[in-house]
Design a protein around this ligand. Structure first.
Ligand SMILES: [Zn+2]
Length: 228
């Protein structure tokens, strides 16, 4: 699949503003990438608030991480290695979003995966969310930390750091981040209220059947991560 570069540059700015507006990132945190063809990836610049980007700031790299285009002072995100890891393993993925949304990141900090099936939308979208082991931001080890989940998940928490989502396009990857944060917040609130009433297994199975029937894209922890 090939995307229109001008459109995607603008879309990265629009989604960056939403991620920042929703408080999912502070200051210059977070990064977004979109694969626009077989070997070219558009990438948010490092050291810039993702709420204040303009299309000319967006950098371009190849699948090896080599810079193909960067406008003057703007350099690709230091987390590009993590994004490249996803693209190399998952040819069906064309966009990756990394952010630090508060509730999801709080669960990442305490090292608790999100496993409760409590609302149909989260069960349909991704099911369970694992925690990848801690590694230094921007290191090759951080890219390696997500390796165990690449074939089976589209949504991962990064221990003591944040969250990473990927999808067939930027909107799909971003919506997974929004859904993750909404779900993590509900997990927290329901714990405070004394514990969620979880969906019974039979209902989870019906939701997974629905997901198969409507042909939702991507991998799903309960369909690809466990035998069913
Ligand atoms: Zn981060």
């Amino acid at each position: 699949m090939a995307f229109d570069e001008h459109f995607i540059r603008q879309q990265i700015c629009d989604i960056g503003r939403r991620v920042w507006d929703r408080g999912m990132i502070a200051a210059n945190d977070g990064n977004l990438t979109v694969k626009i063809n077989e070997n070219e990836i558009l990438c948010t610049p490092t050291g810039v608030s993702k709420g204040f980007m303009t299309p000319d700031m967006i950098c371009k790299v190849d699948l090896g991480g080599n810079v193909l285009k960067s406008d003057g002072i703007y350099r690709p995100s230091s987390e590009i290695k993590v994004h490249l890891k996803v693209y190399k393993r998952r040819p069906d993925v064309n966009a990756v979003v990394h952010a630090h949304p508060k509730y999801a990141t709080a669960y990442a900090i305490v090292g608790r995966p999100l496993t409760k099936q409590i609302i149909p939308e989260a069960t349909l979208s991704f099911g369970e969310v694992p925690v990848a082991k801690y590694a230094l931001p921007s290191s090759a080890e951080l890219a390696d930390s997500i390796e165990p989940f690449l074939d089976t998940h589209d949504v991962v928490l990064l221990q003591n750091h944040g969250a990473l989502c990927w999808g067939e396009d930027l909107i799909a990857a971003y919506f997974k981040m929004e859904s993750l944060e909404f779900y993590a917040e509900l997990c927290f609130i329901t714990e405070v209220l004394g514990g969620a009433k979880e969906l019974p297994n039979s209902e989870v199975e019906r939701l997974l059947d629905l997901r198969r029937r409507i042909g939702m894209s991507g991998r799903h922890s309960l369909l690809h991560g466990k035998k069913r």
